[in-house]
Design a protein. Sequence first.
Length: 327
Amino acid sequence: MSFIEFNRRFPTGITNLPTITRVYKNRDCLFHMDLWCVSRYESAIYFADQNRLTLQCRHITMMIKKITSRVVFVLLSMMLSLQASASPQDLMTNLHKMQLLSSMAVANYHLFAGLDADAKYGNRLKKNLDEFQTLLVETTDIPTADKYGADVKAINKDWMVFKDLVNSNYQDMMDQGFPDVKRVSDADFANRDLLRDLSQLYTKTSEENNVKVSQEASLARSLSLLMQQINTQYAARGSTNLGQVFNGNFERTLEDLGAEFETKLKQLKQVATRASDKSLISSINSKWLFIGRSIANYNENSVIFLVSSYSERITMNLEKIAEMHSK
């Protein structure tokens, strides 16, 4: 019997080998039976290998799931740890930065509006608003901020009013080429409310959590805010023929602000004595001497581009000093 006929007669394989051996005893049949058995044996090995491979794949899949779970757990733990480690000092730092960004936004808007929608200052304005929004979201996630829900809510409310007014004023310039005087004035007053609430929460956080800010950092931060107040008022006065309209929006004159800046800068020189401090203070002092006279005599000689540029660099250096003494 041929091998083909054997497979046709027994398509499901040998189930009773002795019986088949008795029926087909010729050598040719036994030879083909040997081949069939070898084939079946090889198939068994193949399927065994396949099963082993399947088990290995399942094992690898389980290992990947375990590793993934552990990585996710570690990342979540790190995030929670970072959030838990956020301190009252972090809240105060963010509140200070938001005061700076709010003031910068107003100054850049006045420059944008007063210089025929100059794209340079329009882009700076948008950047200020975006950075403030990001910082506000981060601030609400700081655990210490949970204690001051009403204060944070007030800041959020002030921010929404201010942001909407600034965006509307920006769009007025883009659509019609000139500002709505009342809306610009409203934005200035909204900024004042925002700065007040930010400053109050900064002070409250410091007092209620017994936060000790170094004298160097405290003076540097105060000078940064003064510099931006000066820059904002100078931009409002000098960048447009409507500058006189906005004079009533400011509680203090440029002369008063300039005099306080000089006094506090001298105090900072006395307490910040590191080599790195002295280098930064020297740069601040030289720039202030260059623009101080123009600020005091703003009606005689308006140099808004110079004051804007130098005030930005002065603020940057003051923030570096504050950061170095806040660690």
